[in-house]
Ligand binder design. Structure first.
Ligand SMILES: [Zn+2]
Length: 385
């Protein structure tokens, strides 16, 4: 059945929601936070108030649309949405890229953390940026100074509070080096560590990361009871954190991306449809945001084949078209070769899985990465202690 605003695949007729780079993206939040702390060279596009201490809580997978849809499950955070607003995550709407944007205050095209899996031009292999690869130097891969390095240079104490497992990850070094790392593996430990860190400093930037909501959404779906219950835990975490901050501290709550649940009938399988592998050297990205790397000379054929197979289930662009359309922000020459020859951004609730190459990822219920509002819009909430 076709309803207003949708077609027969259940996808919205509207175009992609392009990230508001330079104004209202996650990179602009970090830029504004630095400016609010008096760090030289930072712009303040969001007009954040000048403060001595900022606590930035990043809730993985907490999309604005999801939060607004759950007033009773998250009364504290939902209340803050009344005075809050949404920002755009950036493309792809995925943790690797968004932590890069938050960590550097630059758009993806500048920091070069361009997705979950991207091709390393020197090796021709895919880099899974969550697992990383010892052959890739994280600082060489992402040389832009981080917000923590810039804060520390300006006399602002820079601290990250997150699970101990992420302390030495390649992504941590690439996107977030320069902070003192306070390992905290439970919600209670996150609150206590952040509160203690801020209480001990006159000027400080503390970033707290909570990852369980995203994990729950991937495994069970963001429309599941499990996700809703987990949101309740996130709400309690945020409320406790607000209560643990010393006076004169501002708490910002944001997220790296939202999420959509992908039904079986809207999953195209690149490992079962030969046309999606024809002329393809490497398939990168993830289900809802693909970097397709073509064999030499095959880009036009790959572009045509993917458009033919997927039709209106995805926005499909060549590298040049995606760059021109501003999907990645201004793209540094250093980073351009990491982008797929063909970029595929899923529409509606569809995805391109790869059941043989990516059995674990292909089994996920909730996914993210694309340019739909459900994925792009993330909250910016504030609470003054
Ligand atoms: Zn995720």
């Amino acid at each position: 059945m076709t309803t207003a605003g949708t077609n027969t695949h259940g996808v919205e007729v509207d175009g992609p929601l392009l990230p508001g780079y330079g104004q209202t993206s996650l990179a602009d939040l970090s830029d504004s936070v630095l400016a609010s702390l008096g760090v030289p060279g930072a712009r303040n596009p969001l007009g954040l108030a000048s403060v001595p201490r900022v606590c930035l809580l990043v809730v993985d997978g907490l999309g604005w649309d999801l939060l607004r849809g759950h007033p009773s499950a998250a009364p504290f955070l939902w209340g803050l949405t009344e005075t809050g607003c949404w920002l755009t995550a950036g493309f792809p709407a995925t943790t690797v890229t968004s932590l890069g944007s938050l960590g550097t205050a630059r758009p993806p095209g500048q920091h070069g953390l361009l997705g979950y899996q991207v091709r390393v031009p020197d090796t021709g292999r895919l880099l899974n940026a969550l697992r990383w690869d010892n052959a890739v130097d994280p600082v060489g891969w992402q040389p832009v100074a981080t917000i923590f390095e810039r804060a520390a240079a300006a006399g602002v104490t820079a601290i990250r509070v997150a699970a101990g497992a992420f302390r030495q990850s390649g992504l941590s070094i690439a996107a977030m080096r320069g902070a003192d790392y306070h390992a905290a593996d439970t919600p209670g430990a996150l609150v206590a560590s952040a509160g203690a860190a801020l209480g001990a400093e006159r000027r400080a930037l503390v970033m707290v990361y909570a990852g369980d909501l995203d994990a729950t959404g991937h495994a069970r779906g963001c429309s599941s009871p499990a996700w809703r219950f987990q949101l309740g835990h996130v709400d309690r975490l945020a409320e406790q954190l607000a209560g643990a901050l010393p006076a004169g501290t501002i708490l910002y709550v944001t997220a790296d991306h939202g999420m959509v649940d992908v039904p079986a009938e809207l999953r195209a399988d690149a490992d079962a449809v030969p046309e999606l592998r024809q002329g393809v050297a490497l398939l990168g990205g993830e289900g809802r945001a693909r970097h397709v790397y073509a064999l030499p000379g095959a880009t036009d054929d790959v572009l045509a084949a993917w458009r033919s197979v997927l039709g209106d289930r995805a926005w499909i662009a060549s590298r040049a078209e995606a760059i021109e359309a501003g999907w990645f922000g201004l793209v540094d020459d250093r980073c351009a070769a990491r982008i797929g020859d063909v970029i595929v951004a899923a529409r509606g609730r569809s995805a391109v899985v790869a059941t043989i190459a990516e059995p674990r990822e292909s089994a996920l219920v909730g996914m993210h990465g694309s340019l739909t509002p459900a994925e792009q819009r993330v909250p910016l909430l504030s609470y003054v202690a």
